[in-house]
Design a protein around this ligand. Structure first.
Ligand code: CMC
Length: 427
């Protein structure tokens, strides 16, 4: 990171503060305000972090205006076409694509850590049958911290990498277990003869009474969904993981915090919300009503799957998912009316002045829910799959932060409460 010649000058009560401007390899430069409080007695105010670079990171880059997403410098579209989830996970964690031996070694470690401790299985029984899989995942992943705590030294890099591998390896077993439990099916054990996504599908859909038949198109679709969701820079859940991790907390507990943050409809829960919205629309003739509601300031309704905190252009992941959705539909011979409603809705919204002016484009969740539904997944599992994929990103950010060895994160506030006052004497 280079310091620019330019400085930002702030005029305050105590005169002028001159602040250095930092420049990354790409993207807007950042005013370095680290000494603002200590040297100038000022705080920066940025609720929602719209103008705040909360850390420096070398993992993922987003160009909001151009709609570009790079993992370690590689465009998401190229990775979606040529790579797979496990190779991409290695890339995100370690910074470079693996050679053949590195790949095989990495995959060996992942596949050999996919089993859950038998006692973890008992946790599932404590949940109501109708519990949302995300609620189960938060609980089970959090509980894992009890199984990997005393014997893990997070000051040791090898131990940290092992923890990351365990998380990535066990997450499909945990997610599939949440689904199996909710429908009363026995929890399946992982199979090491299958790849990551194929194994996940067999744990989701397989039954002990018959062999599981692997459909290569669905395996590819699942792998692509996981790859596209693997990381997305400093979003709410990743920032949550970083914040939790900055205190030196157990990584399983930190990832459980990330899952909680991901759950909301403004973040990972949007794919479920998109599908509910498309089902409510029911037929293309109802689209204008929905558009009108989304534009109405007095109505809290938003067009789910549209808009993004960062992108001011097409989310590059949405194009890849849209293509894969078509392929999966053709392969399975399904004619899903929801896809037609989605395409019509997209067409109408992209021509509407309200959406054009505000640069609101379809995001990844607009099509991912349809693809997951076509693959036979219930809506409640959509966000759980997002969490499984994003575990790779969370782990990579946790490793990056731990390698840097920085201290606890502690935002400040602009206090707007009462000034000092004294407890009244009631006698
Ligand atoms: N429908 C209708 N209006 C919208 C929408 C939408 N989906 N998104 C933004 N707007 C409006 C918003 O009301 C505001 O209007 P005005 O300027 O008149 O006040 C304007 O567009 C700017 O939006 P914003 O409030 O600055 O957007 P934000 O950055 O706060 O919100 C968002 C980003 C993703 C939460 C929001 O676009 C949204 O709620 N979208 C629907 C939910 C969704 O699809 N979420 C998935 C995000 S992608 C998955 C992920 O990466 O986690």
């Amino acid at each position: 990171m280079e310091k620019q010649r330019y400085k930002a000058i702030i005029s305050g009560e105590n005169g002028e503060a001159s602040l250095p401007i930092l420049k990354g390899t790409m993207g807007p430069p950042a005013v370095d305000i680290q000494q603002l409080n200590a040297e100038h007695g000022l705080l920066a105010f940025d609720p929602g972090f719209r103008s705040t670079a909360s850390c420096q990171s070398a993992i993922t880059y987003i160009d909001a205006d151009e709609g570009v997403l790079l993992y370690r410098g590689y465009p998401i579209e190229e990775l979606a076409e040529h790579s797979n989830f496990i190779e991409t996970a290695y890339l995100l964690m370690f910074g470079e694509l693996p050679n053949k031996a590195e790949y095989e070694d990495f995959w060996h470690s992942i596949s050999r850590h996919s089993l859950l401790h038998e006692q973890v299985l008992l946790f599932y029984r404590g949940f109501r049958r109708d519990a949302h899989p995300m609620a189960i995942m938060i609980g089970v992943v959090g509980a894992m911290s009890a199984f990997y705590h005393e014997d893990m030294n997070i000051q040791d890099r090898d131990d940290r990498i092992n923890a990351g591998i365990r998380l990535i390896a066990k997450m499909p077993t945990i997610a599939a277990g949440s689904y199996a439990y909710s429908i009363g099916r026995p929890l399946r054990y992982p199979r090491n003869d299958l790849g990551y996504s194929a194994n996940f599908l067999q744990m989701l859909f397989g039954v002990p009474s018959e062999d599981f038949v692997v459909d290569p198109v669905l395996v590819r679709a699942m792998d692509m969904i996981l790859l596209l969701h693997a990381d997305h820079e400093q979003n709410a859940s990743t920032s949550t993981v970083r914040l939790a991790a900055s205190s030196g907390a157990n990584p399983f507990a930190c990832i459980a915090a990330g899952i909680a943050s991901l759950w909301g409809p403004a973040h990972g829960g949007a794919n479920e919300a998109v599908l509910r919205m498309l089902m409510e629309i029911e037929k293309p003739e109802n689209i204008p009503n929905v558009i009108a509601r989304a534009k109405d300031k007095d109505d809290p309704f938003r067009l789910m799957g549209f808009g993004h905190r960062v992108y001011r252009n097409f989310d590059p992941r949405s194009r890849v998912i849209q293509k894969m959705t078509r392929e999966a539909l053709d392969h399975l011979g399904i004619d899903d009316p929801l896809l037609e409603i989605a395409m019509k809705l997209e067409e109408i919204a992209l021509k509407d002045e309200y959406f054009v002016e505000r640069k609101l484009y379809p995001n990844v969740d607009f099509y991912s829910g349809i693809l997951l539904r076509v693959m036979g997944l219930p809506m409640t599992m959509f966000t759980a799959i997002f969490a499984l994929a994003r575990t790779v990103g969370w782990v990579s950010h946790w490793l990056e932060l731990s390698d840097e060895g920085h201290g606890i994160d502690r935002p400040r506030q602009l206090y707007i409460g009462e000034k000092l006052r004294h407890y009244p004497n009631k006698k």
